[in-house]
Ligand binder design. Structure first.
Ligand code: 2AM
Ligand code: CA
Length: 265
């Protein structure tokens, strides 16, 4: 498979999609809700997903596509080459803030991430990795991740999970928040993953994400030696919703063992 050729096209399309999103700032958005009043989608989410699908189908008709807005294929396996697309990750931020959102595209072969592209449109920052060939920010190679301890780390974590909730015993997270140097929440999983990749934050935890939110960022983090699992420390499931826990390797182990108590009764 010519991954470099696919990467070149994907980058070109991501930049063109970014331009379309920037131009949309001048126009009125049409906003609808999906599963609940805070689950938002705009005409741009849909338009950008359709833009990518048309490009991919034109160039690579045999590839399959999983897109958040449902214009792609119905997938029940990751066999073959699959594009996992989130046209706008952080839609709520896109609507309310016109920043803190990204285009996220992961390209997987038989379930293994080969290319990850995360484009922070407003900052014109393109993070990308090709498996085994390095990870880059606007073409400049990123260094491999350094290990850190909780007490010197910034942890990306949404406050929702530190209140009583039905996905995790929030008492496990209180000491983590107390002991960390600081916590942050950006509301965009794709960017939170690339912030782990660049060391802007040291770990990111979320209880419920979809494959397209993180498929691209996971390739970038792993290319730099970071660890990507679910909260149980198991391989993340890229076919359905799952929790996510990503960090530099030393920190990942410390949090799993001392805070999430994985492997202990
Ligand atoms: P989105 O903006 O593409 O929907 C916000 O904390 C992060 O979680 C964003 O990456 C957002 O992606 C994602 N997210 C929001 N609601 C979600 C849901 N119901 N299921 C899975 N991921 C969700
Ligand atoms: Ca989205």
């Amino acid at each position: 498979m010519n991954w470099e050729e696919i990467d070149t096209y994907a980058k070109e399309w991501v930049k063109e999609a970014g331009n379309r999103i920037r131009l949309s700032f001048e126009k009125t958005l049409s906003i609808e809700t999906k599963s609940n009043a805070n689950d938002l989608v705009t005409n741009m989410d849909k338009e950008i997903e359709q833009f990518f699908i048309n490009k991919i189908r034109g160039m690579y008709p045999e590839h399959r596509i999983m897109g958040e807005e449902g214009f792609g294929d119905e997938l029940n396996s990751l066999d073959g080459i699959v594009w996992l697309i989130d046209p706008i990750d952080g839609t709520m931020n896109f609507i309310h803030q016109q920043r803190n959102f990204a285009i996220s595209i992961g390209i997987y072969e038989n379930g293994i991430g080969q290319i990850g592209l995360v484009y922070d449109v407003v900052h014109d920052e393109l993070y990308h990795a090709i498996r085994g060939k390095g990870a880059f920010l606007n073409g400049k190679q990123l260094p491999v991740l350094k290990e850190s301890k909780v007490k010197e780390s910034i942890i990306a974590l949404n406050a929702t999970w530190v209140m009583e909730n039905h996905r995790i015993d929030h008492n496990l997270l209180i000491p983590l928040v107390r002991n960390a140097r600081g916590t942050r929440s950006y509301g965009t999983a794709a960017l939170e993953l690339v912030f782990v990749a660049t060391g802007r934050v040291d770990a990111y935890l979320s209880m419920r994400l979809s494959p397209w939110d993180i498929a691209a960022g996971a390739v970038i983090v792993e290319e730099l030696g970071g660890v990507v699992t679910n909260l149980k420390g198991e391989k993340h499931n890229f076919l359905s919703q799952d929790s996510l826990f990503t960090a530099n390797p030393g920190l990942h182990q410390e949090i799993l063992k001392d805070y999430l108590r994985v492997g202990q009764s």
